[in-house]
Design a protein around this ligand. Structure first.
Ligand code: GUN
Length: 290
């Protein structure tokens, strides 16, 4: 029997509605939650993301602002802008879109953002807060979105064998934090893992975040497993009008025949990331970031 689909669009819509209610409640106290996204350069994919973040904020009744800077902006100028946003009481959340141009050190920028406004959850203070379970920490939006999808799909994480494929700072590592906090038994796989398919086959819940198109095949999935696909990969496809199509890290057509629940790409984890960003921003405003 084909797997049940975990519909990220529907879950994200629910989260955005909750955010809109929380934003309206804050407004009655004279606080309009505000997010400022900073984009350096003209990478087309990043420009689309930033525009959607701005639009989503406005739809939720928040203040959404995008600051677009030229690709030759210096690191010193970007740091000065972060300082200005840190000091602006109408800005509760700051996001500097990654990747940055090569002449800017992303870690230097991340370290400069006030942890109370770091709604991306990339600052080491937030990494630490989430790891030790402090409730005021901000978890990165993509792994936080995965947790909400599993919860809304009625998947029990406690005691489950969770395999995380990928160990990036943005997804794999924070996913470990959140899964351990939710009492899962966690294994992380990466390019150096020995006999990776057999480790992946042990997963009750598999989180694929390795950045390789259709890497996870049906023979690597335990029958009845829950599969969450975090990948967004472009593959050439002459039969598509754009000349490419977007696929995840999971070979969806065959894996969906084996799994009990699966998130598609597109329409899975992607829409959750923005929803969780809005949620973090409203919480930053409620926690008094100014
Ligand atoms: N680039 C791709 N995803 C993200 C994200 O979640 N946050 C930031 N700041 N940049 C990104």
């Amino acid at each position: 029997m084909p797997a049940e689909l975990i519909d990220g669009v529907a879950v994200a819509k629910e989260v955005r509605a909750e955010v809109a209610r929380a934003a309206a409640a804050l407004k009655t106290r004279g606080i309009t939650p505000g997010l400022t996204a900073v984009l350096v350069g003209d990478d087309p994919a990043s420009a689309v993301y930033v525009r959607s973040k701005e639009k989503a904020c406005i739809e939720a009744g928040m203040k959404g602002e995008a600051i677009r800077l030229p690709a030759d902006t210096t690191q010193a100028d970007l740091l000065a802008l972060v300082d200005k946003l840190n000091a602006d009481p109408t800005v509760h959340g700051i996001l500097v879109q990654m990747p940055l141009p090569k002449h800017i050190d992303p870690q230097a920028i991340i370290l400069r953002i006030a942890p109370e406004k770091d709604v991306d959850g990339f600052h080491p203070v937030n990494v630490g807060r989430v790891w030790i379970g402090e409730k005021n920490g901000f978890a990165p939006c993509t792994p936080a979105g995965v947790m909400v999808m599993l919860e809304k799909a009625g998947v029990r994480v406690q005691g489950a064998n969770v395999v995380i494929l990928g160990r990036s700072n943005i997804v794999g590592k924070p996913m470990v934090s959140l899964m351990v906090a939710a009492s899962a038994t966690v294994t992380v796989c990466h390019s150096k893992t020995r006999d990776l398919p057999s480790v992946v086959r042990g997963a009750d819940i598999l989180i694929a975040a390795i950045g390789k198109p259709e890497f996870v095949t049906a023979d690597m999935v335990k029958p009845g497993a829950v599969v969450i696909d975090v990948g967004i990969n472009r593959v050439d496809d002459a039969s598509h009008p754009k000349g490419y199509r977007i696929v995840g890290d999971v070979a969806f057509p065959t894996v969906k025949e084996i799994a009990s629940k699966i998130s598609p790409v597109p329409g899975g984890v992607g829409p959750m990331t923005i929803a969780m960003l809005l949620k973090n921003t409203v919480r930053a405003a409620a926690q008094g970031a100014q």
